[in-house]
Design a protein around this ligand. Structure first.
Ligand code: MN
Length: 378
């Protein structure tokens, strides 16, 4: 079942369902060639980094941005930019027929819904937790309405530590959501700062995997001036910093059952595990070499990647990278993700079907690992 070419001659996978903003897309570079999605695949496709939002949050972001009260925050600026992209908003805000129609066409059996960047952590302080509660109620309702199509991670505003703990407990307990999502930094702060560790404690206690999703770096004109606040640099750099900060803060020694998930092929971190261990072994305990005063860790950096961290393939449907990560992290630590609606691609799904991988490993990638990490049944 092929959905045909678009007006510009490109395949539907490249343009996706955007009506205005990306209509110029054509096939370049390593983008997968067009292909058929296997409609009878021996696995369900569970896509684990799929974005959504809702009108009250978009309004709160735009109002704060336009009020002139907000700090200079490229993350909030990004919300303003997204707010002015109507077909993107139409897809982000739909948790029903439109989204399911696109999933059916793209061959996605289930989406794990993540409140999209920059989320509730950029709105006027005090508004974040009520909006997180609203988000989680809406996501839970979507999961109840479509139990075979949607699962969801809980939003929280880390600036309100006590409110976050309560909301994570409510979302995992009462609402039966599948983990939590944080859109990386909050005005230049990160969860490695010990003030926020009650949140890590709650996540561990509730067995809630934490998905740290990128956002634009804080107060970063050196990225903005070059047009690199997004996926070309700012996004992966910020999650890299967040992840390394958590490891070197000793957070995983303090909370050894804490589960962290990072997207975009682990934001490039797995490729450097060798060097991380080398530097740690040569510099640990000598703070001037790392430029910090972090405590000595119980384990090599690679240990945390093999015990506390899972990665998803969002935006990087690329066979050699996926196989490398499966080899060095273990096949149980790599999860499929699409990144709908930002990087939806029919052709990319077909490329996963074509990947030369034994059937068991392929099923782990596309389905089983997501079930295990996020407690997804059905
Ligand atoms: Mn994403």
């Amino acid at each position: 079942m092929v959905s045909g070419k678009l007006e510009d001659g490109s395949e539907k996978g490249l343009k996706g369902h955007f009506k205005e903003d990306f209509s110029h897309r054509t096939r370049i570079g390593l983008a997968p060639r067009a292909g058929h999605v296997d409609r009878d695949a021996p696995y369900k496709r569970i896509a684990t980094e799929e974005a959504w939002t809702f009108p009250d949050l978009v309004k709160a972001q735009v109002d704060y941005l336009e009020s002139g009260d907000a700090p200079d925050d490229d993350s909030l600026n990004m919300a303003g930019m997204f707010a002015h992209m109507p077909s993107l908003q139409e897809m982000l805000q739909d948790l029903g027929d439109l989204r399911i129609a696109h999933m059916d066409e793209l061959g996605i059996d289930r989406q794990l819904l993540l409140l999209t960047a920059p989320g509730v952590q950029v709105v006027r302080p005090g508004d974040g937790t009520p909006l997180a509660r609203q988000a989680n109620d809406i996501a839970a309702e979507a999961c109840r309405n479509h139990p075979d199509r949607f699962s969801a991670c809980a939003a929280f505003d880390p600036r309100d530590v006590a409110g976050s703990v309560k909301e994570i407990e409510r979302a995992m307990g009462e609402l039966k959501l599948n983990g939590a999502v944080l859109n990386s930094h909050f005005q230049g702060h990160y969860l490695d700062e010990q003030d926020y560790w009650p949140i890590l404690e709650a996540l561990e206690a509730m067995d809630a995997a934490l998905y740290i999703h990128p956002t634009a770096p804080f107060n970063a004109p050196h990225y903005e001036d070059r047009g690199f606040f997004g996926a070309l640099a700012g996004f992966p750099h910020d999650v890299w910093l967040h992840t390394m900060g958590l490891i070197f803060s000793g957070a995983f020694d303090r909370f050894p059952k804490l589960k962290l998930v990072i997207g975009h092929m682990g934001e490039c971190l797995p490729l450097h595990l060798y060097r991380f261990d080398w530097m740690q072994g040569n510099a640990d305990g000598r703070s001037h070499l790392r430029g910090g005063t972090q405590p000595k860790l119980k384990h090599p950096v690679s240990h945390y990647f093999k015990n506390n961290i899972w990665i998803t393939t969002s935006g990087v449907g690329w066979e050699p990278a996926i196989k490398f990560c499966q080899e060095v992290l273990g096949p149980d630590r790599v999860l499929y993700a699409m990144d709908y609606p930002y990087q939806q691609s029919y052709d990319e799904v077909a490329a996963y079907d074509r990947m030369d991988m034994d059937a068991k490993t392929k099923k782990m990638l596309m389905e089983d690992n997501a079930r295990a990490v996020f407690g997804i049944t059905g």
